[in-house]
Each structure stands twice: as C-alpha cells, then as structure tokens.
Design a protein around this ligand. Structure first.
Ligand SMILES: [Ca+2]
Length: 94
C-alpha cells in the first residue's frame, strides 16, 4: 500500500485519491457557478445582448440553453456528490 505524507500524517493512496476527487468537485462547482455568475454579469451590465431578459446572453442560449435550464438540478447534483464524498472522507464533519 502506498502512503502519502501530508500535514504531519500519513494518508493512504485511497484517501489521497478521495482528497483529489473532492478538490476536483469543488473546482467544478466554482467553475459552473462562475459561468452562471458571468452570464448574469454580462446581461445585467449590458455587455451581452439579452432581448428576452432571462439573464442569459442570447448568443449562448442556442447551444448552452440546457446548461441554464438545468441550473437547479446541476447544482443540486454537484452539491450532493460533494456532500456524499465529504461525509465518506471526513465522517465527523457533519
Ligand atoms: Ca436571453
């Protein structure tokens, strides 16, 4: 079994992979939330055309409309995945 040394304690390879996975999930959440925020910023500031006023740049809607219409389920699923793996990795956290 491989061990990685981190913060004065040895963690197993499995724990290491789990930590990397959790960091990846957090990174994806930040990225996805950032895209939603940026869409709102572009439309509210008038930097992108938004004729229908749904805070999604009209030029994005044709190809990425699904990404915005599924916003709730996407963020819920990501939150669920993160919560699950945090709970598995750090049982005392919640
Ligand atoms: Ca729009």
């Amino acid at each position: 079994m491989f061990f990685y040394f981190r913060k004065n304690k040895y963690i197993t390879e499995k724990e290491h992979i789990m930590n990397e996975f959790i960091i990846t999930i957090i990174f994806i959440i930040v990225l996805v939330a950032g895209v939603y925020w940026y869409a709102g910023y572009l439309t509210k500031s008038g930097k992108a055309e938004d004729a229908d006023g749904n805070l999604i740049p009209d030029s994005w809607e044709e190809k990425f409309g699904w990404f915005f219409s599924s916003k709730g389920i996407i963020m819920f699923a990501l939150g669920l995945i993160l919560g699950y793996f945090l709970g598995v990795q750090f049982p005392g956290l919640f």
